[in-house]
Design a protein around this ligand. Structure first.
Ligand code: SF4
Ligand code: SF4
Ligand code: SF4
Ligand code: FES
Length: 350
């Protein structure tokens, strides 16, 4: 452990720990914008600067590691610096809410009591329109923190996004200005998930009156494959419908990362053709709604009938990679112990 002084009080940190993390553990919140725990230290936006005794200028807490004997002040001159920096960012933040995603810049502005003193005459950036239907980019919301590009390179290991242009013309665009669909992008939405302002957002929510903060999050497991990523279904309480999917960095096994299926393929839940109750074929040859008890009884009678006529080896079970480990375990248990057959297979094993 390393000992240092934080806002006049003695504090400790693990060797090599970033100042922003060490301070958070001591209950001292240092605002950040370009920092993301999933990404390598960057130090680009300067929102997290703190005074370090002996340093010639304020240091970014997100990119400075605690050293023994360091004397750090988070509430001195840097408070005014943060407010000024926030005001500067607001002077070209023309669209704070393109898709209802949380906006860390406007939240911070509210906390610091910062407002745009004026709007820069060249604040408007060239619009970007992409033909994909899932992810949109609004340059007038972008603070050029580069989190999205770093995510693509460091986490997703793709090179689908890059920073283009300079000054008032700078934007984030898919590489070579192509559509996302013409790059190696898999539409996983990971770059969108780390964007602090919502500049990258779910395109299908553009203009919709849906604030993520007003949605009800229901934690669940993705049903599409056996990886079992944890995610939150964001349900609109007014309509009781899922409007988007998010995931948190502390969720196992995916640490907030999802693939295109987990993040964007949720509409099946509300599809009118979806089976929502058991159906049992009647004497008339048609399927009729039934209770689970009735349906399970019919299935059990059917299996018992086959066993009686042809023996246990005539029965086989098909499990699914879309079930959880526990459910697949129970299916083989039923097959081997309940019925007495080793014929258990997965529909996705071929
Ligand atoms: S959506 Fe995923 S694959 Fe596409 S650019 Fe973003 S991080 Fe890369
Ligand atoms: S799109 Fe979002 S994450 Fe990317 S640079 Fe702009 S504000 Fe940052
Ligand atoms: S999000 Fe993708 S990888 Fe994760 S469980 Fe769903 S389908 Fe599998
Ligand atoms: S959050 Fe530290 S420099 Fe941006």
């Amino acid at each position: 452990m390393v000992e240092f002084t934080l806002d006049g009080r003695p504090a400790t940190a693990s060797e090599g720990e970033l100042l922003v993390h060490a301070a958070a553990r001591q209950g001292v919140f240092i605002p950040t914008l370009c920092h993301d725990d999933k990404l390598e230290p960057y130090g680009g936006c300067r929102m997290c600067v703190v005074d370090v005794e002996g340093a010639p200028r304020p240091m970014p807490a997100c990119a400075t590691r605690v050293a023994p004997g360091m004397v750090v002040s988070t509430n001195g001159s840097t408070t005014d610096f943060r407010r000024t920096l926030t005001e500067m960012l607001l002077t070209e933040h023309l669209d704070p809410n393109p898709g209802g995603r949380p906006n860390e810049l406007t939240d911070l502005a509210q906390e610091l009591g910062a407002e745009a003193p004026f709007i820069l005459p060249d604040a408007k950036r060239e619009p970007y329109e992409d033909r994909n239907k899932l992810m949109g980019y609004e340059p007038d919301s972008c603070i050029l923190c580069n989190r999205c590009v770093r995510y693509t390179q460091e986490v997703m290991q793709c090179s689908a996004l890059s920073l283009e242009g300079r000054g008032g013309e700078a934007r984030i665009v898919p590489t070579w200005g192509k559509s996302w669909l013409d790059t190696e992008c898999e539409l996983c939405g990971g770059c969108l998930s780390v964007c602090p302002t919502g500049a990258l957002h779910e395109k299908f929510l553009t203009g919709a009156d849906v604030e993520e903060s007003a949605l009800t999050k229901v934690k669940t497991t993705c049903t599409f494959c056996g990886v079992g990523c944890q995610l939150d279904l964001n349900v609109d309480p007014a309509t009781d419908r899922i409007v988007k999917v998010t995931s948190e960095p502390h969720y196992v096994s995916n640490e907030g990362n999802l693939c295109v299926k987990g993040r964007f393929s949720f509409n099946f839940v509300h599809h009118p053709d979806r089976l929502t109750e058991p159906l049992v074929r009647g004497e008339d040859g048609e399927l009729h709604p039934a209770t689970w008890e009735q349906a399970l009884q019919v299935a059990a009678d059917g299996i018992k009938g086959v066993i009686a006529r042809h023996g246990t080896q005539a029965v086989g079970f098909l499990a699914s990679a879309r079930l959880t480990n526990e459910e697949n375990y129970l299916i083989q248990k039923l097959a081997r112990n309940g019925v007495g057959t080793n014929s258990v297979h997965s529909c996705e094993a071929t």
